[in-house]
Ligand binder design. Structure first.
Ligand code: DX5
Ligand code: ZN
Length: 221
């Protein structure tokens, strides 16, 4: 069976208790911790920076998965890596020199990811496949948690899956936005193997641990 990783998005957690939120997710078996970094320019919202990672690094050994929704992400790569990022994902729409930015992330010793907004076609990845470790297919328009999953992204996940299977090294396919026990299995069926979830985990009526377990059960049958 394919390994599915769960990446709770701290954006939906209580910011007054981030350490607790990070620990609970890890104890429940989440392999990743997803950091949504927004600058008020690439997206309308403003969230967190490297200081948040740095504060949480001592309390968590999860893979710190940093999703940069910022303009000129190349300016902040070192800062996020130094603060504890294991993987850094940039938006193709925010990168003028995408290949250089991906190579830079890898040169820092982190996994390099590319995120695609819903309107961005997967063909933009064709000439950077050798340079990336993860493709993040946005299943909502980035900016806020709690939005509704866009089912029109399902064929795109499939297309990305086809593109990456021809590459010699492993490339993860992550989905982000409106992922819950109903939508997650649909994305996994198309090739997704990293599931970001904010609302479904941090607002689960029975708590974080129940949220992680329910999501895992939904895709592992
Ligand atoms: C959206 C962020 C997501 C978001 C997911 O811009 O990238 O990570 O927080 O939240 P839910 O799971 O609530 O859609
Ligand atoms: Zn995200």
């Amino acid at each position: 069976m394919r390994t599915i990783r769960i990446a709770p998005s701290l954006l939906s957690a209580n910011f007054g208790r981030l350490a607790q939120a990070a620990k609970e997710a890890e104890e429940a078996g989440a392999e990743y911790l997803h950091f949504d970094v927004m600058d008020g320019r690439f997206v309308p919202n403003i969230t967190m920076g490297p200081a948040a990672l740095q504060a949480l690094r001592p309390v968590s050994s999860a893979f710190f998965d940093v999703h940069l929704m910022i303009v000129e992400p190349e300016r902040y790569l070192e800062d996020f890596r130094r603060a504890g990022a294991d993987g850094i994902t940039v938006h193709v729409e925010a990168c003028t020199h995408l290949q250089r930015t991906l190579a830079h992330i890898r040169s820092l010793g982190a996994k390099a990811g590319v995120a695609l907004n819903p309107a961005t076609p997967p063909e933009v990845l064709e000439y950077v496949l050798e340079d990336l470790d993860l493709v993040l297919v946005m299943t909502v328009n980035p900016g806020f948690g709690g939005q509704e999953f866009l089912p029109t992204m399902l064929p795109k996940i499939e297309q990305v899956h086809q593109l990456v299977t021809h590459v010699a090294h492993p490339i993860a396919i992550e989905v982000d936005g409106g992922i819950d026990v109903h939508t997650a299995p649909q994305t996994v069926a198309r090739g997704a193997n990293v599931l970001v979830a904010g609302t479904a985990i941090y607002h689960h009526p029975e708590g974080v641990s129940a949220g992680v377990r329910a999501l895992r059960r939904s895709v592992e049958g």
